[in-house]
Design a protein around this ligand. Structure first.
Ligand SMILES: Nc1ncnc2c1ncn2[C@@H]1O[C@H](COP(=O)(O)OP(=O)(O)OP(=O)(O)O)[C@@H](O)[C@H]1O
Ligand SMILES: [Mg+2]
Length: 265
């Protein structure tokens, strides 16, 4: 019923009083949706098998559509925090929900399905060197058995978004670092995930190229995708004025709506 607020307004204009009830139910539905979290962690701890306590009691909620930077000194637990979101690492204790799904209760064989809802971007791109740009992005769709004609359209659409359609036939080693990272971003979003998680995506890139990557991630976020990004890039964090979660010794020590990087290296 309540497709959007805009639809309710249209109905309201046409049906006047009768719409009031519809509006009320729309607001209730929207409220419920606003209360949902894209990512939620409750009392999460991670102790690695060697005894390192990487995460020490984290509680956090991230709404759909947010852009969140994760900052903190080296070894603070940022990557561990992020890896637990896409089930690369399991928490030792506590609960993690992605899009209201309890990651602790999913079976091993269901992990690939959950991962499809989450796009991941790495510092070192992780492209397959023997595949072209097109094939690297298409690979994410091939594994889910997408039809070739739909696959082609989806791949070309995301390559267009990252402005690399003209490089579709190139191999990764024929691209610059920034272009390779844009291919990896295209790959991360080709399944239309609700969340993109990036661990230092600009870590290997020069300042200008880092900004290009940020603009691409911002564009993806503007289209409604939640973005969580761990970074050591002070300039970017301070300029973008997004939510900043600072982690130290496996704990959240700061969580600000329009935050700053802080005093880390
Ligand atoms: N697989 C692992 N096994 C054991 N200890 C680990 C493992 N991965 C990370 N650690 C340890 O957990 C702690 C947190 O590491 P993590 O990689 O999450 O930090 P980080 O904040 O991402 O650091 P950086 O900024 O250097 O990337 C560190 O003490 C690290 O040595
Ligand atoms: Mg890290």
């Amino acid at each position: 019923m309540c497709v959007s607020k805009g639809m309710c307004v249209t109905i309201h204009n046409v049906f006047d009083d009768k719409c009031q009830n519809i509006m009320i139910s729309c607001l209730a539905a929207n409220k419920k949706r606003l209360g949902d979290y894209m990512i939620e962690m409750k009392e999460v701890y991670k102790i690695y098998p060697n005894g390192v306590k990487a995460i020490n009691g984290i509680n956090v909620s991230i709404h759909p559509g947010e852009f969140v930077y994760v900052v903190g000194p080296s070894g603070a637990g940022k990557s561990t925090f992020i890896k637990m979101m896409y089930r690369e690492e399991k928490p030792t204790k506590g609960k993690i929900f992605i899009n209201n799904k309890d990651l602790g209760s999913i079976k091993e064989k269901e992990i690939p399905y959950v991962r499809r809802e989450i796009g991941v971007v790495f510092q070192d791109f992780k492209l397959l060197p023997t595949l072209t740009v097109f094939e690297n992005v298409a690979f994410a769709l091939e594994v889910i058995g997408e039809q070739p004609s739909i696959m082609k359209k989806k791949v070309l659409d995301v390559l267009d978004l990252v402005q690399l359609k003209h490089k579709a036939r190139q191999f990764p080693d024929q691209l610059s670092g920034g272009e390779q990272q844009r291919v990896s971003i295209a790959r991360s979003i080709v399944n239309s995930p609700e969340v993109v998680i990036a661990d230092e995506p600009t870590g290997n890139l020069d300042p200008d190229t880092s900004w290009e990557i940020m603009k691409t991630l911002e564009e993806i976020n503007n289209r409604g995708t939640t973005v969580v990004m761990a970074t050591h890039n002070k300039e970017i964090v301070n300029s973008m004025k997004k939510r900043v979660i600072a982690i130290e010794d496996g704990m959240i020590v700061r969580d600000e709506a329009r935050g700053e990087y802080g005093i880390y290296d």
